[in-house]
Design a protein around this ligand. Sequence first.
Ligand SMILES: [Ca+2]
Length: 80
Amino acid sequence: MLKATLSSLAISGLLAATAVAQTDAATIFAAIDTNADGFVTEMEFLAYNGEDSKDEFPKIAGDDGAITLDEMKAYMGEGQ
Ligand SMILES: [Ca+2]
């Protein structure tokens, strides 16, 4: 139940980010990082964004196979 709720938040957050690039990256990151270890794995990423986002994951994660908050911020244009 909690997972479904967080999923909705993450998806609407990412959609908002795409639309206006103003959404708080940390909020979205926390929602996607379900085990709160500070890394979003491909499994976590796809669980929240769907299989259609499979090509998107390596663009954000780079070569290490996990997305950090800094990578999320950079992707969302909050890299400063
Ligand atoms: Ca994680």
